[in-house]
Design a protein around this ligand. Structure first.
Ligand SMILES: [Zn+2]
Length: 191
């Protein structure tokens, strides 16, 4: 498939440049269609930490993406989600600096850092997700991978984090204390 001139004008992140050719074309198509700029070239300050900006990702959207769209997990694994690596990364608080950017036509870009492992000195991974406002997940990338799969445990962990944020947003009596844990370090890192 030939690249269009529009895609050529989108500056590439090192992550994009290192993808193998088919994945690289797909990546650039995604970026130019939904975002306009490579998310790996954005600053954290471009993202909002407000719950109100989150796409309404629910359990069904997570299953659709991880099972049906990317075949990363099987239905059986998804039923036992509490034993999944992705869910445990989320529960362990490995997802942080989660922020949302509003895109055109109601799309949302969610960006987060996810710890690589328990070793504190390792640079966290950078994971992003494109979703519709209503929660349908379009695509995702993580710099732990280089390929077409568009899914990994870190993407799963971010999806669970967004789902949790949406649930909290929907609790009318949500106190500041309850809401704070989702993005514990976001505020500090902005700027
Ligand atoms: Zn990953």
């Amino acid at each position: 498939m030939a690249t269009t001139s529009m895609e050529e004008t989108v500056p590439e992140s090192p992550y994009c440049r290192d993808l193998e050719p088919v994945s690289r074309i797909r990546y650039k198509q995604l970026v130019s269609k939904y975002v306009g700029r490579d998310p790996y070239l954005m600053k954290m300050s471009e993202f909002s930490g407000e719950h109100t900006d989150l796409p309404t990702i629910e359990a069904v959207d997570i299953t659709n993406y991880l099972v049906l769209q990317t075949s990363y997990y099987t239905k059986q694994q998804m039923k036992a989600y509490k034993s999944m690596e992705a869910y445990n990364f989320f529960v362990s608080g490995w997802v942080h600096n989660l922020g949302t950017k509003r895109l055109h036509d109601g799309y949302r870009l969610v960006f987060a850092r996810v710890n690589h492992s328990q070793r504190a000195n390792e640079t966290p991974l950078k994971t992003w997700i494109i979703a519709k406002e209503d929660g349908e997940v379009i695509a995702a990338h993580c710099n732990c991978m280089a390929g077409l799969s568009e899914s990994c445990s870190h993407v799963g962990a971010v999806l669970f984090s967004v789902e949790a944020g949406v649930k909290m947003r929907d609790i009318a009596s949500c106190t500041t204390e309850q809401c704070k844990w989702l993005m514990p370090s976001h505020v500090k890192k902005v700027g």
